[in-house]
Design a protein around this ligand. Structure first.
Ligand SMILES: Cc1cc2nc3c(=O)[nH]c(=O)nc-3n(C[C@H](O)[C@H](O)[C@H](O)COP(=O)(O)OP(=O)(O)OC[C@H]3O[C@@H](n4cnc5c(N)ncnc54)[C@H](O)[C@@H]3O)c2cc1C
Length: 372
């Protein structure tokens, strides 16, 4: 936070949620003010590596980073029941109240496993059990259908196709292309080519019509049916669509500040509309699309500056959305990356991300040595 930080030394900042946004926020504020960081889980879930951990046995050990060794007593494990902006307290499920001068809401988003783990998966052991189970299911299945061709769906297909070249992998999407969003067609073309070269079948512009009836736990074979009459015999269905913001902690007092997707509405300084001392960062706010860890980290930097500015009567910094940046891995050696106007292929993407899914960075962020 630089000079003037003594002014904020006595200020109590509570960070609700310790994903990419919250963890980076904690790193920026730790030692500069009185920080409490709260998460319902006992571990940081590096979900960027989840799809590798669904296929490669042992990789699950690299993407679950314990909070216990990260920040000592500044970390508190527990579900936040509500943030009360009238009393300026965060209230835990246990009834414990934690007062704040500033609160940073970073409760992120949920989606289907294996991209995300359920919020009820509290212990590392439980999380590991989930990954070991899907590793076995993928190994046992001959025909796998992935629903959704966003970055998560295509990365899932790539992980399976690279490690199990004989399996029949099909990706079904109602979109007309892979990885929709503000990206160049050259990026999409590269991803499509890499997947089809691996034997992955891509079905575009078709909606799965029997989604609610499909077994999502791999318990039995099924037929995936689309609105256009396509039928795909499948041993295992993996759903890679349907993210939503985790709003349990704020829906009580901030209902008027939520959009239709349960995101908290923030102003350009990332303050929740109508509150100068309540910030929201990462997937749970309405500032970004598509939502990304990279942007969540950038937002924490803006909020660190703005808390200081509020205490020192400085000017607030606006958040500027990063667009045209994405890195999509296709197995551990492939993928494509867009950095502004430039599209890079497998060689660059392997170095940046695919080789190890960047897991080491997050062990460092949480002050620990990464396992090999
Ligand atoms: C499979 C996959 C791959 C991805 N790959 C990339 C990538 O390569 N690059 C990229 O930039 N982005 C990627 N993303 C997107 C990225 O993961 C998200 O944008 C990122 O997780 C957002 O971080 P966050 O901190 O806002 O939320 P989250 O990571 O969702 O963290 C939220 C935290 O809040 C906690 N929490 C929630 N509610 C409560 C509560 N009531 N009380 C206490 N704690 C609570 C949760 O336990 C969790 O730890 C990927 C996403 C997925 C699913």
């Amino acid at each position: 936070m630089g000079g003037g930080s003594s002014v904020i030394r006595e200020k109590r900042v509570v960070i609700v949620g310790c994903g990419y946004a919250g963890a980076n926020m904690a790193k920026l504020l730790m030692g500069k003010c009185k920080v409490t960081i709260i998460d319902s889980r006992e571990y940081f879930h590096h979900c960027i590596g989840s799809l590798r951990a669904s296929v490669e046995p042992g990789f699950e050990n690299k993407i679950l980073v314990p909070f216990a060794q990260a920040w000592g007593d500044s970390f508190k494990q527990g579900k936040v029941e509500t943030v009360d902006p009238e009393k300026n307290v965060v209230i835990l499920e246990t009834g414990e109240e934690i007062p704040y001068d500033y609160v940073v809401i970073a409760t992120g988003s949920s989606g289907p496993f294996p991209g995300k783990l359920g919020l009820n998966v509290i212990t590392i052991e439980d999380a590991k059990t989930h990954f070991k189970k899907i590793q076995e299911q993928i190994k046992a299945a001959d025909k796998i259908t992935i629903i959704g061709a966003g970055a998560v769906g295509v990365e899932m297909a790539g992980e399976i196709a690279v490690d199990y070249p004989k399996k029949e992998v099909t990706v079904v999407t109602n979109a007309e292309n892979v990885v929709n969003g503000p990206f160049k067609d050259k990026l999409r073309d590269s991803i499509k080519k890499q997947l089809t070269d691996l034997g992955v079948k891509l079905v575009f512009d078709e909606t799965v019509a029997n989604l609610s009836e499909l077994p999502k736990d791999g318990s039995s074979p099924c037929v995936v049916k689309t609105n256009k009459g396509t039928e795909i015999n499948t041993d295992l269905v993996i759903v890679c669509i349907g993210m939503s913001s985790n709003c349990d902690a704020y829906k009580e007092y901030f209902a008027d500040c939520m959009d239709d997707y349960n995101n908290l509405k923030v102003n350009q300084y990332l303050q929740v509309e109508g509150y100068s001392n309540v910030f929201a960062i990462g997937d749970c706010n309405d500032a970004t699309s598509p939502k990304m860890a990279l942007k969540a980290e950038g937002q924490s930097e803006i909020v660190a500056k703005n808390i200081k500015a509020l205490e020192t009567k400085g000017s607030l910094s606006p958040y500027k959305e990063l667009t045209s940046i994405i890195s999509v891995s296709i197995g551990r050696n492939g993928g494509a990356t867009q950095l502004k106007a430039a599209i890079m292929g497998s060689f660059f993407t392997k170095k940046l991300k695919s080789n190890d899914m960047m897991y080491g960075k997050f062990w460092s962020l949480l002050n620990q040595k990464a396992p090999h």
